[in-house]
Design a protein. Structure first.
Length: 227
Protein backbone atom coordinates (compact mmCIF):
# COMPACT_ATOMS: atom_id res chain seq x y z
CA UNK A 1 0.00 0.00 0.00
CA UNK A 2 2.85 2.37 0.82
CA UNK A 3 4.34 1.80 -2.64
CA UNK A 4 0.99 2.57 -4.24
CA UNK A 5 0.61 5.80 -2.27
CA UNK A 6 4.15 6.85 -3.15
CA UNK A 7 3.42 6.27 -6.83
CA UNK A 8 0.35 8.47 -6.60
CA UNK A 9 2.29 11.16 -4.74
CA UNK A 10 5.02 11.11 -7.39
CA UNK A 11 2.55 11.36 -10.30
CA UNK A 12 2.66 14.63 -12.27
CA UNK A 13 -1.11 14.85 -11.85
CA UNK A 14 -0.67 15.43 -8.11
CA UNK A 15 0.25 19.07 -8.75
CA UNK A 16 -3.03 19.67 -10.55
CA UNK A 17 -4.92 17.98 -7.71
CA UNK A 18 -3.16 20.19 -5.17
CA UNK A 19 -3.84 23.38 -7.13
CA UNK A 20 -7.54 22.54 -7.57
CA UNK A 21 -8.05 21.53 -3.94
CA UNK A 22 -6.32 24.61 -2.60
CA UNK A 23 -8.34 26.78 -4.97
CA UNK A 24 -11.64 25.18 -3.91
CA UNK A 25 -10.69 25.54 -0.25
CA UNK A 26 -11.05 29.31 -0.62
CA UNK A 27 -14.83 28.77 -0.85
CA UNK A 28 -15.41 25.35 0.70
CA UNK A 29 -13.42 25.75 3.89
CA UNK A 30 -13.93 22.16 5.06
CA UNK A 31 -11.53 20.85 2.41
CA UNK A 32 -8.22 19.64 3.93
CA UNK A 33 -5.86 21.57 1.67
CA UNK A 34 -3.45 22.40 4.52
CA UNK A 35 -3.13 18.78 5.57
CA UNK A 36 -2.71 17.59 1.99
CA UNK A 37 0.17 19.98 1.29
CA UNK A 38 1.86 19.08 4.58
CA UNK A 39 1.50 15.35 3.91
CA UNK A 40 2.87 15.60 0.38
CA UNK A 41 5.77 17.77 1.54
CA UNK A 42 6.60 15.10 4.13
CA UNK A 43 6.44 12.40 1.45
CA UNK A 44 8.78 14.41 -0.76
CA UNK A 45 11.63 13.39 1.54
CA UNK A 46 11.03 9.75 0.59
CA UNK A 47 10.83 10.39 -3.13
CA UNK A 48 7.31 11.71 -3.41
CA UNK A 49 6.39 14.91 -5.28
CA UNK A 50 9.00 17.46 -6.21
CA UNK A 51 9.04 20.12 -3.51
CA UNK A 52 9.37 23.01 -5.98
CA UNK A 53 6.43 21.76 -8.04
CA UNK A 54 4.40 21.30 -4.87
CA UNK A 55 5.22 24.83 -3.74
CA UNK A 56 4.26 26.36 -7.08
CA UNK A 57 1.01 24.43 -7.39
CA UNK A 58 -0.03 25.30 -3.83
CA UNK A 59 0.75 29.00 -4.34
CA UNK A 60 -1.05 29.08 -7.71
CA UNK A 61 -4.11 27.37 -6.27
CA UNK A 62 -4.15 29.78 -3.36
CA UNK A 63 -4.04 32.81 -5.64
CA UNK A 64 -6.73 31.45 -7.95
CA UNK A 65 -9.01 30.57 -5.04
CA UNK A 66 -8.66 34.04 -3.56
CA UNK A 67 -9.66 35.58 -6.88
CA UNK A 68 -12.74 33.33 -7.06
CA UNK A 69 -13.74 34.30 -3.51
CA UNK A 70 -13.20 37.99 -4.35
CA UNK A 71 -15.53 37.68 -7.35
CA UNK A 72 -18.14 35.91 -5.24
CA UNK A 73 -17.89 38.59 -2.59
CA UNK A 74 -18.39 41.33 -5.15
CA UNK A 75 -21.69 39.82 -6.31
CA UNK A 76 -23.24 37.74 -3.53
CA UNK A 77 -21.86 38.73 -0.14
CA UNK A 78 -24.54 41.37 0.50
CA UNK A 79 -27.03 38.81 1.78
CA UNK A 80 -24.51 37.57 4.34
CA UNK A 81 -23.54 41.06 5.49
CA UNK A 82 -27.11 41.73 6.52
CA UNK A 83 -26.79 39.10 9.22
CA UNK A 84 -24.19 39.47 11.94
CA UNK A 85 -25.34 36.40 13.83
CA UNK A 86 -23.41 33.18 14.12
CA UNK A 87 -19.80 32.34 13.28
CA UNK A 88 -20.14 33.31 9.61
CA UNK A 89 -21.37 36.79 10.42
CA UNK A 90 -18.70 37.22 13.09
CA UNK A 91 -15.94 36.13 10.70
CA UNK A 92 -17.16 38.51 7.99
CA UNK A 93 -17.42 41.40 10.44
CA UNK A 94 -13.91 40.73 11.72
CA UNK A 95 -12.57 40.54 8.16
CA UNK A 96 -14.28 43.81 7.29
CA UNK A 97 -12.70 45.60 10.25
CA UNK A 98 -9.28 44.17 9.40
CA UNK A 99 -9.52 45.27 5.78
CA UNK A 100 -10.62 48.78 6.67
CA UNK A 101 -7.81 49.11 9.19
CA UNK A 102 -4.93 47.23 7.58
CA UNK A 103 -5.75 46.93 3.90
CA UNK A 104 -3.79 44.32 1.97
CA UNK A 105 -2.03 43.09 5.09
CA UNK A 106 -5.34 41.64 6.26
CA UNK A 107 -5.46 39.48 3.12
CA UNK A 108 -2.03 38.07 3.92
CA UNK A 109 -2.70 37.47 7.61
CA UNK A 110 -6.09 35.94 6.86
CA UNK A 111 -4.43 32.99 5.15
CA UNK A 112 -3.01 31.83 8.46
CA UNK A 113 -6.27 32.00 10.44
CA UNK A 114 -9.06 29.40 10.38
CA UNK A 115 -11.67 30.71 7.96
CA UNK A 116 -9.76 33.97 7.63
CA UNK A 117 -8.75 33.42 4.02
CA UNK A 118 -12.34 32.96 2.86
CA UNK A 119 -13.83 35.75 4.97
CA UNK A 120 -11.15 38.27 3.98
CA UNK A 121 -11.33 37.54 0.26
CA UNK A 122 -15.14 37.66 0.27
CA UNK A 123 -15.18 40.97 2.14
CA UNK A 124 -12.47 42.41 -0.12
CA UNK A 125 -14.78 41.81 -3.06
CA UNK A 126 -17.79 43.16 -1.20
CA UNK A 127 -15.93 46.35 -0.23
CA UNK A 128 -14.54 46.73 -3.76
CA UNK A 129 -10.98 46.58 -2.49
CA UNK A 130 -8.73 47.78 -5.36
CA UNK A 131 -8.20 44.83 -7.66
CA UNK A 132 -4.52 45.47 -8.30
CA UNK A 133 -3.73 45.72 -4.60
CA UNK A 134 -5.76 42.59 -3.95
CA UNK A 135 -3.84 40.66 -6.63
CA UNK A 136 -0.52 41.67 -5.07
CA UNK A 137 -1.68 40.81 -1.54
CA UNK A 138 -3.18 37.48 -2.65
CA UNK A 139 0.00 36.54 -4.51
CA UNK A 140 2.19 37.36 -1.50
CA UNK A 141 -0.19 35.48 0.80
CA UNK A 142 -0.20 32.43 -1.48
CA UNK A 143 3.58 32.22 -1.64
CA UNK A 144 4.04 32.70 2.11
CA UNK A 145 1.32 30.16 2.90
CA UNK A 146 2.78 27.61 0.49
CA UNK A 147 6.26 28.08 1.95
CA UNK A 148 4.88 27.70 5.47
CA UNK A 149 2.92 24.50 4.73
CA UNK A 150 5.73 22.94 2.72
CA UNK A 151 8.23 23.84 5.41
CA UNK A 152 6.15 22.17 8.13
CA UNK A 153 5.75 19.02 6.08
CA UNK A 154 9.38 18.92 5.04
CA UNK A 155 10.60 19.22 8.63
CA UNK A 156 8.33 16.37 9.68
CA UNK A 157 9.47 14.26 6.76
CA UNK A 158 13.11 14.76 7.67
CA UNK A 159 12.44 13.90 11.31
CA UNK A 160 10.66 10.66 10.30
CA UNK A 161 12.49 9.82 7.12
CA UNK A 162 12.08 6.07 7.71
CA UNK A 163 8.28 6.46 8.21
CA UNK A 164 7.03 9.02 5.69
CA UNK A 165 3.39 8.81 6.81
CA UNK A 166 4.32 9.71 10.38
CA UNK A 167 6.32 12.63 9.06
CA UNK A 168 3.15 14.55 8.31
CA UNK A 169 1.88 14.39 11.90
CA UNK A 170 4.42 16.79 13.49
CA UNK A 171 3.80 19.32 10.72
CA UNK A 172 0.03 19.21 11.17
CA UNK A 173 0.34 19.50 14.97
CA UNK A 174 2.82 22.38 14.73
CA UNK A 175 0.57 24.13 12.25
CA UNK A 176 -2.43 23.87 14.58
CA UNK A 177 -0.43 25.09 17.58
CA UNK A 178 1.01 28.02 15.65
CA UNK A 179 -2.46 28.97 14.40
CA UNK A 180 -3.88 28.99 17.93
CA UNK A 181 -0.99 31.07 19.24
CA UNK A 182 -1.33 33.43 16.28
CA UNK A 183 -4.98 34.09 17.13
CA UNK A 184 -4.50 34.81 20.83
CA UNK A 185 -3.32 38.46 20.55
CA UNK A 186 -6.19 39.31 18.21
CA UNK A 187 -8.77 37.68 20.45
CA UNK A 188 -7.44 39.52 23.51
CA UNK A 189 -7.47 42.84 21.65
CA UNK A 190 -11.06 42.22 20.51
CA UNK A 191 -12.16 41.48 24.07
CA UNK A 192 -10.46 44.62 25.37
CA UNK A 193 -12.10 46.71 22.65
CA UNK A 194 -15.50 45.21 23.45
CA UNK A 195 -15.08 45.99 27.15
CA UNK A 196 -14.04 49.57 26.38
CA UNK A 197 -16.99 50.04 24.04
CA UNK A 198 -19.40 48.69 26.66
CA UNK A 199 -17.96 50.90 29.42
CA UNK A 200 -17.76 54.12 27.42
CA UNK A 201 -20.89 56.34 27.37
CA UNK A 202 -22.42 57.05 23.99
CA UNK A 203 -20.92 60.21 22.57
CA UNK A 204 -23.48 62.90 21.81
CA UNK A 205 -23.11 64.71 18.48
CA UNK A 206 -21.68 68.22 18.67
CA UNK A 207 -24.04 71.20 18.45
CA UNK A 208 -24.80 72.01 14.87
CA UNK A 209 -23.60 68.66 13.57
CA UNK A 210 -25.85 66.02 12.12
CA UNK A 211 -25.12 62.35 11.57
CA UNK A 212 -21.89 61.44 9.89
CA UNK A 213 -22.30 61.59 6.10
CA UNK A 214 -22.53 58.22 4.39
CA UNK A 215 -19.56 59.09 2.18
CA UNK A 216 -17.37 59.43 5.27
CA UNK A 217 -18.14 55.86 6.23
CA UNK A 218 -16.97 54.46 2.91
CA UNK A 219 -13.90 52.28 2.73
CA UNK A 220 -10.81 54.52 2.60
CA UNK A 221 -9.95 53.39 -0.95
CA UNK A 222 -13.39 54.27 -2.35
CA UNK A 223 -14.14 57.70 -3.72
CA UNK A 224 -17.39 59.30 -2.54
CA UNK A 225 -19.89 59.75 -5.33
CA UNK A 226 -20.84 63.34 -6.06
CA UNK A 227 -24.57 64.04 -5.98
Amino acid sequence: MLDHVMQLAASPWIYLVVALLVMADAVFTALPSDSLVICLAALSVAGGPDLTGLLLSAAAGSFAGDCVAYALGAHTIGRFRRSRLGPVGAALASAERALLRHGGLAVVVGHFLPGGRTATALMAGSLRFPLRRFFVSAAVAGVLWALYMNGLGRLGGIAFADRPFLGAIPGIVLGLVATVLFQLPGRRAARRAARRAAAAPAAAPAVGQGPRPAAARLAPWREPVAV
